[in-house]
Structure formats: C-alpha cells, structure tokens
Design a protein around this ligand. Sequence first.
Ligand SMILES: [Mg+2]
Length: 226
Amino acid sequence: MVDSAEGGCLVAHPDFSQINTWVFDLDNTLYNPEHSFEHEQIELYVNYLARKGDTEPKVVRKRLEELSKTHFDPMARYVQLGYPFDINEWVQEAISVDYSRLPKCDRTAELIEKLPGKKYIFTNHLAQHAERVLQQLHLDHLFDGISDNVSRDYINKPESKVYTDLVQEFNFEPTKAVFVEDSPENLQPAFTMGMKTVLVHRTDIHEAEFIEHQYPTLLEFLEDVA
Ligand SMILES: [Mg+2]
C-alpha cells in the first residue's frame, strides 16, 4: 500500500505484528454505511418511547433535541433520566428491521478469521442487534465477545469509562490492541489508552493525532494487514 491518502492509507503500511487483540465497532464499520439502520431505528425508537410514555412522537423528538445540546448520546441519556422504557420491549422493536439488506462478504470473513488473537465487538447498540448483524454477515462465529450499551448501563463511547471497562472485561493489553471505527470521535479515548486506531468508511479524510490509519473500506484495511 502506498504512503498517501489517495492510496487509501494515511501512513505507510502499518506494522501490526505486535497486535493480539482486534476491537471492532459494529454499525457502519462491519458493513458499508449505505446499508445503515440508523435512520430507521431512530424512528422506531422515537415511536416506541412515545407509545410507552403515552405522548406524541414530536414531544419525544423535542426532548431528544434538547438533550443533544448537552449530551453526546441523547438517546441513551433519555433512558438514564427515567422516562418510561422497557429494554425487552425495545429490543423487539429494534430488531424488527430487515437485516437481509446486509450483503455478506466471504473475503471479509476470511480475513477477520485470519487476524491473530482475540476479536471483540464494541458497540453503542444492543447485543441482540449485533448478533443479528453478525449472523447476516456470516461473521457470528469469529468474535470472542460483544460489549453493548445495555451491559454498560447505557453508557456509551466515547466516554472514557467504557474503554477502561472494556479492557478490564476482556482482559487485554491496550498497547497490543487495534480499534476499528467509522466515528472519529470514538477513536480518541482508545488512542489515549495506547490502542492503535483505524478509521474506515469515511469519504472525508480526517487528520488528527488520534487517527493513526484511515481506509476507505474495512476490506481494504483487512487486506493491508493480512
Ligand atoms: Mg459505527
């Protein structure tokens, strides 16, 4: 791989020979953002919260809008504030989306399987959603664990606490780990802890100290480290 942004790499061919832990974000990282569930699941979430709280979707939207001014993750904050919510009901709503839209990629699966060491999913979404995404992509047999936002009491990336909890839960050495994400801000705490950081699936180039590598697609990253 050439040493240029045009070549798909912000720095020279990465040396990941010391890496024994591979941490992946889920949504828009393991699949192309053109298949994103985000818009659809936000609509489901707003409508569910409105029904549950016996109010109008516009009221929920307004509250979320207000929370977004002070909180990075207004949807998680909404639940933390104690508005009517039942996780089991929400799981059923969230996973009612059509997962068949995700195209599986045999080469991606083959390359993830070959990565030496442990592999984890680190998502702000639900484990049940992650499991369905992984099943649809035929990647479900390749990961050693999932950290989801319910297991973290709805505390999400990029709060630094969830990164230290992740390291503790899966018991790995951050300086021997790589974190792959599509949200640049989520890479900063990982970088601070000594993890190698990789940004994928962004058409815009991000130049920041905490973004060590950037690739147009996950597959190009995997091909480069293979
Ligand atoms: Mg993502």
